[in-house]
Design a protein around this ligand. Structure first.
Ligand SMILES: C[S@@+](CC[C@H](N)C(=O)[O-])C[C@H]1O[C@@H](n2cnc3c(N)ncnc32)[C@H](O)[C@@H]1O
Length: 395
């Protein structure tokens, strides 16, 4: 659950050996790029090469690109692509991804795959027809304008019927131009890392079943998905991932492995300690489906805390950062439930800290005003830092 790699980067910058796992391909990419010392001049040479070749291909080999587009994906993935990307955009994206796939140096290739992904998953300006991929369920633009402002579709929409039409309108941008901007930004933003530092191990891994030896870790620092309203990472991440060859069905299957999901069928529900069971019973009385979703979450976190306990050396600690969640108007006391579960697997819980988050730093979905009375917004400004300790004499 390393996400964007904050912990492994800190380990890398402080000369410690970091190990990071996640099940999300983009999380792996971001964390790898953040902890890989890369030479700026090499990256500059490479992105200019990508741009030059991609532009040539779009201008001189459109027919060939169109043939590749037809043959590239299974039907369902092709339908997904045609729904969310207009053809002129598809041609440029394909030209870019073909150039990136030719890069032999894996570290440099990952750097440009990340830049490519970042021109798709953005708050408003991405090259897909989605309005805001970064924060909300993908909504398709109602009105789409070409790069020179000509309406591609949605012309007949009546402003009176759609008062928020401005928010539902999207002007296409050239992926090649956006990619250039993003490369410059990412190259300038490269953290100056000392290449002597110990490169962290960054791998795919399910937190509920970690491919790590028992009693081999000195410290764990992580922030799992939240209980309800867990960010559905795959919902947005599939938009760039299909360009790297993933099929939508495969990504939907993967989505089921994410902790905090809402599918309640075929779940391995754990027997939970009293305090946590009581919280679930209270929620189930209000809403049985929500109760099941919460039972799923705490079952997944039980397996995750059990794994943390197994891999930690005796006398060592795990720090877990979580935000609180409100379900059906009820506080689900996530910090107390995780502490309860932690104790049931053998941990001591010396302290639970509260971290106030700077309201001004939290970005809200497009068009949403700040409203301090709203429960979802309250939840977004406070996090709990739970300290778990594995006793020295533990077996
Ligand atoms: C809240 S984010 C972590 C954010 C991270 N602390 C950071 O600094 O960016 C939670 C992460 O858990 C990952 N995740 C969800 N279910 C997982 C599982 N079963 N195994 C491993 N990682 C998982 C998600 O992909 C996501 O990257």
């Amino acid at each position: 659950m390393m996400g964007s790699g904050t912990t492994v980067l800190e380990a890398f910058l402080t000369g410690r050996k970091g190990i990071g796992f996640d099940i999300d391909p983009l999380a792996i990419m971001i964390s790898k790029v953040k902890t890989t010392p890369l030479k700026q001049e090499k990256l500059i040479r490479q992105y200019r090469e990508i741009l030059k070749n991609a532009k040539n291909q779009v201008n001189q080999e459109t027919k060939k690109l169109k043939q590749i587009l037809l043959a590239q994906w299974d039907l369902k993935t092709k339908q997904f692509i045609d729904y969310w990307f207009v053809q002129e955009i598809q041609l440029e994206l394909l030209a870019l991804v073909l150039q990136i796939s030719r890069i032999e140096d894996e570290d440099i290739k990952t750097f440009f795959e990340l830049a490519f992904s970042a021109i798709i998953v953005t708050k408003s300006g991405g090259v897909s027809l989605a309005l805001d991929l970064a924060h909300t369920r993908p909504h398709k633009a109602k009105v789409v304008l070409s790069r020179n402002g000509k309406i591609i579709f949605g012309e007949k929409l009546d402003k009176n019927k759609f008062p928020r039409l401005k928010f539902l309108t999207k002007k296409l941008r050239s992926p090649i131009e956006e990619f250039e901007k993003r490369c410059i930004q990412n190259i300038e933003g490269l953290v100056n890392t000392n290449s002597e530092s110990i490169r962290p191990e960054i791998k795919f891994g399910n937190a509920q079943n970690l491919p790590i030896e028992s009693k081999s870790v000195d410290l764990i620092v992580t922030s799992p998905p939240y209980a309800s309203n867990a960010i559905d990472y795959m919902r947005a991440h599939k938009f760039p991932l299909v360009w790297f060859g993933y099929h939508v069905d495969e990504l939907s299957r993967k989505r089921k492995e994410y902790i905090g999901g809402e599918i309640i069928a075929n779940i391995n529900y754990e027997k939970l300690p009293d305090f946590t069971s009581k919280v679930i019973t209270d929620i189930s009385r209000l809403d049985s489906k929500r109760g099941k979703i919460l039972h799923r979450y705490y079952s997944e976190m039980t397996r995750t805390l059990r794994e943390m306990y197994r891999v930690l050396k005796p006398g060592k600690a795990a720090i877990v950062v979580v935000g609180n969640s409100i379900m059906r108007g009820k506080d689900i006391k996530i910090q107390n439930c995780l502490a309860d579960i932690g104790q049931s697997v053998g941990f001591g819980v010396p302290k639970i800290g509260v971290r106030k988050l700077d309201r001004n730093k939290r970005m809200l979905p497009a068009g949403i005003e700040t409203n301090t009375n709203s429960q979802i917004q309250q939840r977004m400004y406070e996090e709990y830092v739970i300290g778990f300790y594995k006793p020295k004499n533990s077996r």
